[in-house]
Design a protein around this ligand. Structure first.
Ligand code: NI
Length: 208
């Protein structure tokens, strides 16, 4: 419905009352003690989330990544589509699969209108998320999904542009977790950022 759509999309600019709630929800995927994050010289998850909620700084912008077929891709390749962007990783035990499932159900609910939408899954774990692995992962959710990976620096730049925090756990185990914030970003057909949806949004929230 138009009214709820307008209020939700306006969330980035009017965080009052929802800010505390969103901060709590957004950090559910985060297990890293904040002081440790601060030592790296990167913005902390709190700083990034607050920046996103306040809506003062620009969000999004150009990216250069590699898709799940191994092709170089830039944001410009997707002009003319409404982008639904989610940052995560294929080894994520629960949160990422749940979000991708919600986005997939939202696309199904749109019916033919889903053709105007391009869902993008951007890996925050390029060490393990090869194009081949991403191809298996995204195709298990929805045929329209494009998985993007690339050099860590390119991913870091893209994530920071979207105020997404991520940090891999420094452990010798090959099953290391990667902490990350879990907003769903909407980018218009003109490439301009339109707003975000909080982690845990329902398929209905996403498709309206
Ligand atoms: Ni995840």
């Amino acid at each position: 419905m138009a009214s709820s759509k307008a209020s939700r999309r306006a969330g980035a600019r009017r965080p009052r009352g929802r800010g505390g709630f969103l901060l709590g929800v957004a950090l559910t995927c985060i297990f890293l003690p904040l002081p440790l994050a601060a030592q790296t010289g990167e913005p902390s998850p709190t700083e990034l989330i607050e920046s996103l909620l306040a809506g003062r700084d620009p969000v999004g912008g150009p990216f250069q990544l590699v898709d799940h077929a191994g092709r170089q891709r830039s944001d410009a390749d997707y002009r003319g589509k409404l982008l639904v962007i989610y940052f995560g990783y294929t080894f994520c035990p629960d949160v990422c699969p749940t979000e991708l499932q919600s986005i997939s159900l939202a696309l199904d609910a749109l019916g033919p209108a889903a053709a105007a939408v391009q869902p993008l899954f951007i890996s925050v774990d390029p060490e393990r998320d090869t194009p081949a692995r991403l191809a298996d992962f995204v195709s298990s959710f929805h045929p329209q999904f494009v998985g993007l990976t690339g050099e860590l620096a390119a991913i870091r730049k893209t994530a920071l542009a979207y105020k997404t925090f991520f940090a891999r756990h420094r452990t010798a185990s090959p099953n290391y977790p990667v902490d990350h914030t879990g907003f769903v970003y909407l980018v218009g057909k003109d490439g301009r950022y339109r707003g975000f949806l909080p982690p845990g949004s329902s398929p209905q929230d996403i498709s309206t």
